[in-house]
Design a protein around this ligand. Structure first.
Ligand code: NAD
Length: 285
């Protein structure tokens, strides 16, 4: 199966990055979000990211223009009717994703693959929300998508070998390194990463050290390129909280309880970089 046209659902942090890497590798992309404003923010983010690459002379002006020219914005899922694959990167919320997959199943052409970029939600349940469960798969990109090498490919119980192979080949074509993971809460990446971030939030909650010092411990002490609190701000604190809730609900183990401070931050609308404030202040950037 040849993938030419790609639908991306969600134009946020991940959606616009995913749209950019598909467009940069020659695919025609339709990027859908709920409002014109959200779509515009996504397209603007792609333009800004390409401009950075241009300024660093990593791409030529013609590549920048051609990549941007291959991305079309839309506010209706119906725009994905011709897509060979749709990659869903909407908000991390299970009822929302199940609804989107039910709708996509009706809209997308019968042969189309439906992929989700979910960080933690069961692909088996997402697949079961469609009448094409063997064509549903997890394609878990990392943030920032144009920079990060990894794609975790998550097989639902129902995913066919053929669909897995198509998505594995596609991931390599995007310049990524795919890793195969079975369906389980948080998969491998977030099963390991999020409890560490949550524990860092607990150390802040308990007043053990400042955010800067907690991050410095992990950067200089453990050789992490970024501290866990700065990384949480990059991921989005709402996304971090949702993932912890999925781990907690999935394993019924108290070691996955979300830190109350993380919940407080989300309730306050302090979502990290995307809202201008999280554990750090981004309002002047
Ligand atoms: P985000 O909040 O930046 O963007 C989500 C976008 O989805 C928003 O623009 C929102 O308007 C849109 N949306 C909501 N409902 C929609 C609908 N019905 N149709 C179309 N668009 C809709 O979130 P994000 O960080 O981009 O996360 C998206 C997905 O990617 C989540 O499943 C998340 O778990 C996953 N993910 C996030 C990261 C990360 O670091 N942020 C990394 C890997 C995977």
């Amino acid at each position: 199966m040849t993938i030419r046209t790609v639908g991306v659902i969600g134009a946020g942090t991940m959606g616009n990055g995913i749209a950019q890497v598909f467009a940069a590798t020659g695919h025609d992309v339709v990027m859908c979000d709920v409002s014109e404003q959200a779509v515009k923010r996504g397209v603007d983010a792609i333009a800004k990211s390409l401009d950075r690459l241009l300024a660093k002379q990593k791409i030529a002006q013609a590549d920048r223009d051609a990549t941007l020219g291959r991305v079309r914005g839309a506010t209706e899922l119906g725009a994905c009717a011709e897509a060979d694959i749709v990659v869903e990167a909407a908000t991390e919320n299970e009822p929302l994703k199940l609804k989107i997959f039910g709708d996509l199943d009706r809209i997308a052409k019968p042969a189309a693959i439906l992929a989700s970029n979910t960080s933690s939600i069961s692909l088996t349940r997402i697949a079961a929300a469609t009448r094409r469960p063997s064509q549903v798969i997890g394609m878990h990109f990392m943030n920032p998508v144009p920079v990060m090498q990894l794609v975790e490919i998550i097989r639902a119980l129902q995913t066919s070998d053929e669909v897995y192979r198509v998505v594995e080949t596609l991931s390599r074509k995007l310049g990524k390194t795919p890793v195969s993971v079975k369906n389980s809460p948080g998969f491998v990446s977030n099963r390991v990463l999020l409890p560490m971030i949550n524990e860092a939030v607990y150390t802040l909650h308990e007043g053990l050290a400042t955010p800067e010092d907690i991050d410095t411990v992990m950067k200089l002490g453990m050789n992490h390129p970024m501290g866990p609190l700065a990384l949480a701000d990059l991921i989005g604190l709402d996304t971090c909280l949702s993932i912890m809730e999925v781990l907690y609900a999935g394993f019924k183990d108290s070691k996955y309880r979300p830190c109350p401070l993380l919940r407080e931050m989300v309730d306050a609308g302090y979502l990290g970089r995307k809202s201008g404030r999280g554990f750090y202040d981004y309002s002047k950037q």
